[in-house]
Design a protein around this ligand. Structure first.
Ligand code: AMP
Length: 194
């Protein structure tokens, strides 16, 4: 099964992706996690990406497309994968199309987590407070000011993907304001029917 999880930052894509990994035994490919790992490893790409990420902006399509293309060639992706936080622009969505076609693969579904902005800011503040309370370092881009920029980037560059995938007949909207368990149940129910 090849899935895309779509939704603004803080919508719960990562949380739901983890549950889908456990349920379907396919990996979660989070471009945010991959970029953060590259930044921590101090690679040239990672360091370049870090400055962009810390400002709440989007890393270049070329960088993320090549990271994902290499990743889906790994053996653990043979039975499918969950794309979390990718694609995030129309150019990336076109790249996914080309990438999958060239590998003889296709998407099964795009799941949009539908949430409201005010709740998102609250969730991010909670994520940051929880990280701090646990003695962990909070993500720089979970700072409320940077988060606002991430939301703007989402509406400007990523939200158009909703129409893009609707037109392809792949889009499934899920109420992301429901409880975590209810969201998971709704996703599993819709996946049982595709
Ligand atoms: P995330 O963990 O998905 O919230 O991503 C954190 C940050 O990583 C984003 O704000 C971007 O700066 C960068 N990033 C992650 N995925 C992408 C992507 N598909 N395209 C561009 N930038 C990305």
């Amino acid at each position: 099964m090849r899935l895309i999880l779509l939704g603004p930052p803080g919508a719960g894509k990562g949380t739901q992706a983890e549950r889908l990994v456990a349920r379907y035994g396919i990996p979660q490919l989070s471009t945010g996690d991959m970029l953060r790992a590259a930044a921590s490893a101090g690679t040239e790409v990672g360091l370049k990406a870090k400055a962009v990420m810390d400002a709440g902006e989007l890393v270049s399509d070329t960088i993320v497309n090549s990271i994902v293309s290499e990743r889906i060639d790994q053996p653990d992706c043979a039975r499918g994968f969950i794309l979390d936080g990718y694609p995030r622009t129309l150019a990336q969505a076109d790249a996914v199309d080309v990438m999958l076609k060239s590998k003889g693969l296709a998407l099964d579904a795009v799941i949009e987590l539908v949430v409201d902005d005010k709740a998102l800011v609250g969730r991010i503040i909670k994520r940051r407070d929880e990280a701090l309370a646990a003695g962990q370092e909070s993500r720089k881009d979970d700072d409320p000011v940077v988060f606002e920029e991430r939301l703007r980037e989402y509406y400007k560059k990523t939200a158009p993907l909703v129409g893009y995938y609707y037109a392809k007949g792949l889009l499934h909207g899920v109420d992301g304001m429901a409880t975590i368990d209810a969201v998971t149940a709704e996703i599993e129910a819709l996946l049982a029917n595709i």
